[in-house]
Design a protein around this ligand. Structure first.
Ligand SMILES: Nc1nc2c(ncn2[C@@H]2O[C@H](COP(=O)(O)OP(=O)(O)OP(=O)(O)O)[C@@H](O)[C@H]2O)c(=O)[nH]1
Ligand SMILES: [Mg+2]
Length: 494
């Protein structure tokens, strides 16, 4: 018999045995259950009901426990995807404010929203890549507007609003923003934020959509922005080309999964200016700028239709988008606050570890890592990242960290010794300091790896955090050595 066949026979026997055991267990359980059932029915009813009650309670407890263990994370994710309400964002701002986070940028967003809501005007933003003709479109709608138009891309460098009243009497503010994809840094973000703050976006392009343009549209759809997609400079295409391009644009939006109606994708000619060579009266030739004829009727129709169709929910949609912007700004401020504060926590804990190591007669990393300083630092960092670890998790993380700390101590000693050489004239002092610096380095690396996992996962997963500590340790040792050697020297020399 070959080995393969032998293994198969063994497996078959095990499977057969497992079936026999399963059938026996089923019979046994059924018999016991029926026995208990018969006895309960024979006895007084209150015992029967109490028994059923206890069973139900146990079943509910088991389901709850399994749910807590397995499904908890998913539930948290779904909750964060829900749109924010005014109360949610206010509460988050208050909490962040109380924690010391700089919430000014997020607050300013809400204040601006309130001012815009009070004015009652509809904000319509012209958004798109540079030189697609956004300013020209505004000029075509409001001929008296003092709009800067230039063949050289990047002519609009700041956000400006122009008043326009449509036939239905809506008070509309047309917003001209810098074109995206220009050279000046930061303007893309300014333009995108302003587009998200508006009620409606007129997305202006002048040919098929590039990848960057598609991404920009995707970003707007993620903020539930109503969009009119405008193919400008239609004068450059013949009828067939124009129809084909419009078809393509519609298809692209559909592929993005966006909902843009057919009549919200239009081709227009904003006009703009072109330079021609003109013969003067004296016979000389000179360049003069002439205006092209504008043809933007379909755009006006699309805007009017959108405003009359969706006037009611527009404000609610804009409000939700601005709450999202404010929440994003708050998140950025929180992240900045956390990185500053975590740096402080790690530095002060590392300093304590260094002092502890210098004070101890025969120090060991376990006193520091698993002792008071390690526990306090871990807890403080977890609190900062909103993780609520169980005591058991903290203990497990520190104990896993401890076993790794033991392994890297020789390396840390070598790095510390090397680092101390950078401070000339230390002489004999350096010998005693090397241990303190080595312990400080390990401690510093522990804190930094914990911050990395907390910022990625939002909770303390002991195994993951300890792995991060192990993998990043040599990098952390090298990058921290000068700072910690200096810290140890300061402590030593008072
Ligand atoms: N052929 C043609 N050119 C146009 C049309 N509309 C605008 N232009 C030209 O396109 C160029 C850019 O126009 P702008 O209105 O400044 O474009 P913009 O999108 O505001 O540009 P930035 O502010 O730099 O992003 C100018 O040279 C305009 O004359 C049009 O309908 N047809
Ligand atoms: Mg412009």
């Amino acid at each position: 018999m070959t080995l393969d066949r032998f293994v198969r026979v063994i497996v078959a026997v095990v499977v057969a045995l497992a079936f026999v055991v399963a059938i026996a267990a089923l019979l046994f359980i059924s018999e016991s259950a029926l026995n208990v059932w018969d006895r309960l029915r024979a006895g007084p009813p209150f015992i029967l009901y109490t028994y059923i009650g206890i069973m139900a309670l146990l079943a509910v407890a088991a389901i709850w426990l399994v749910f807590r263990l397995v499904v908890k994370k998913k539930a948290a994710l779904e909750k964060s995807a829900k749109p924010l309400s005014k109360a949610d964002i206010k509460e988050r701002l208050q909490q962040a404010d109380a924690a010391g986070v700089d919430t000014r940028a997020a607050q300013a967003e809400l204040q601006q929203l309130a001012a815009r809501q009070a004015s009652g005007a509809i904000h319509l933003c012209f958004f798109g890549e540079i030189s697609t003709g956004k300013s020209s479109l505004i000029k075509a709608l409001v001929p008296t507007a003092d709009v800067l138009i230039d063949a050289v891309g990047g002519s609009t460098a700041s956000v400006r609003h122009y008043r326009w009243r449509n036939n239905a009497g809506h008070e509309i503010l047309l917003t001209d923003v810098p074109g995206t994809g220009g050279h000046e840094e930061g303007l893309d973000e300014v333009a995108a934020a302003e587009a998200k703050r508006s009620h409606l976006v007129v997305f202006v392009c002048d040919s098929d959509l590039s990848r960057a343009e598609l991404n920009a549209i995707k970003g707007l759809l993620a903020f539930d922005k109503p969009i009119i997609l405008v193919l400008n400079k239609a004068d450059r295409y013949n009828n067939d080309e124009r129809a084909m391009l419009l078809q393509k644009l519609l298809k692209r939006i559909e592929d993005l999964g966006g909902e843009v109606q057919r009549d919200h994708v239009v081709a227009v000619t904003a006009g703009g200016e072109s330079e021609v060579i003109k013969r003067q009266a004296d016979g000389s030739e000179g360049r003069v700028s002439v205006s092209r004829d504008a043809d933007i009727g379909v755009l006006v129709v699309a805007i009017n239709r959108m405003l009359s169709d969706e006037a009611a929910p527009l404000d609610a949609r804009r409000e939700r988008a601005v709450f999202q912007i404010a929440a994003d700004k708050l998140r950025a401020a929180e992240s900045q606050y956390r990185s500053q504060r975590s740096e402080q926590i790690i530095r002060s804990s590392t300093r304590k570890a260094v002092i502890g190591a210098m004070a101890a007669v025969s120090p060991g990393t376990d006193i520091l890592v698993q002792g008071y300083i390690g526990t306090t630092m871990t807890r403080e960092l977890c609190d900062l990242y909103g993780a609520a670890p169980r005591d058991l998790d903290i203990e497990e993380f520190l104990s896993l960290g401890q076993s790794r700390a033991g392994k890297v101590l020789p390396l840390s000693m070598a790095v510390a010794g090397n680092g101390l050489k950078a401070f000339p004239g230390l002489g004999t002092v350096a010998g005693g300091l090397a241990h303190a610096v080595a312990y400080g380095l390990i401690f510093d690396a522990l804190g930094r790896s914990l911050v990395l996992t907390l910022s990625r996962h939002g909770e303390l997963v002991p195994e993951t955090a300890a792995k991060e500590f192990e993998e990043g340790i040599s990098e952390h040792l090298e990058s921290g050595v000068r700072r910690i050697a200096k810290m140890a020297l300061e402590e030593k020399t008072g």
